[in-house]
Design a protein around this ligand. Structure first.
Ligand code: FPP
Length: 245
């Protein structure tokens, strides 16, 4: 039994899944085996979030910088993703999960793009939870991309300088239709954002744990959510102002 307060659940959880390589090393395995075990944690976390009633889950599965890893590792990550999507489609349908992506997915291998499109299409009507995979994603790249698209649109439609508000700008980000994360979890004892959701994390509660991603359990997730529920989110205000609302 956990003591999560149903009424205070984070609407959106984002996770930097880190430590697959170190887990493999610790267990005298190759890095690919670490990612394989990491994919099992993905299954467990998706299932648990769905059961708890989380509405949005964003997972940092492949950063734009990850393309620079050794070719065999990049290949292994993309086939793991492909395998994950093929195997999980039925489960996503059954549990009412909608799959979406953020990032420069055009760069992914054709086979991965095909299965991604297929799963997104077949789950597009699902409303139980949104699973958002960040693939070939970089936060700064996303912001630059938004600026470019605003400039492009301003050539065909008149955009007044005063119309460029924070909300307007958010609408040009890859996350246009989803709320900002309430809780960010990073595993493996690293205290960085690593170019993840730079704009969207402005008021997010950050949670760091030493647990390596392949060992991240249901209890670890519940602990992170309970820690979040003990915090007071002030959004720049003072406590008294919050209790008056
Ligand atoms: C970080 O570990 C993890 C990644 C770069 C990729 C995350 C991928 C998975 C969890 C598996 C496949 C994904 C899905 C959605 C099925 P690291 O290699 O940076 O670990 P290290 O810092 O210990 O070397």
């Amino acid at each position: 039994m956990h003591r999560i307060i149903k009424e205070k659940l984070p609407r959106h959880i984002a996770i930097i899944m880190d430590g697959n390589g170190r887990w493999a090393k610790k267990n005298l395995l190759n890095r690919i085996m670490g990612h394989k075990k990491g994919a099992e944690s993905v299954r467990l976390v998706v299932k648990t979030c769905r059961e708890l009633g989380i509405q949005y889950l964003t997972l940092y599965a492949f950063s734009i910088e990850n393309w620079q890893r050794p070719e065999n590792e990049v290949r292994a990550l993309s086939s793991l993703l492909e395998e994950y999507l093929r195997l999980e489609l039925q489960e996503m349908k059954k549990t009412n999960i909608k799959l979406i992506t953020i990032g420069d997915t055009g760069k992914l291998p054709e086979t991965v793009k095909d299965v991604l499109l297929d799963v997104m299409e077949k789950t597009s009507e699902n409303r139980g939870m949104v699973l958002n995979l960040a693939l070939s994603y970089g936060g700064r790249d996303e912001i630059v991309d938004a600026a470019k698209r605003i400039l492009r649109d301003s050539k065909s439609t008149d955009i007044d300088e005063n119309a460029i508000t924070k909300d307007f700008f958010s609408g040009y980000l890859h996350t246009a239709n989803i709320p900002d994360p309430d809780l960010l979890i990073r595993t493996s004892g690293e205290y960085r954002l690593s170019n993840f959701l730079l704009w969207q994390l402005a008021y997010t509660e950050l949670y760091f744990t030493d647990v390596l991603w392949p060992e991240f359990s249901r209890d670890d997730l519940i602990e992170a959510i309970m820690d979040y529920q003990r915090r007071e989110r002030r959004f720049g205000l003072i406590s008294d102002q919050l209790s008056k609302e």
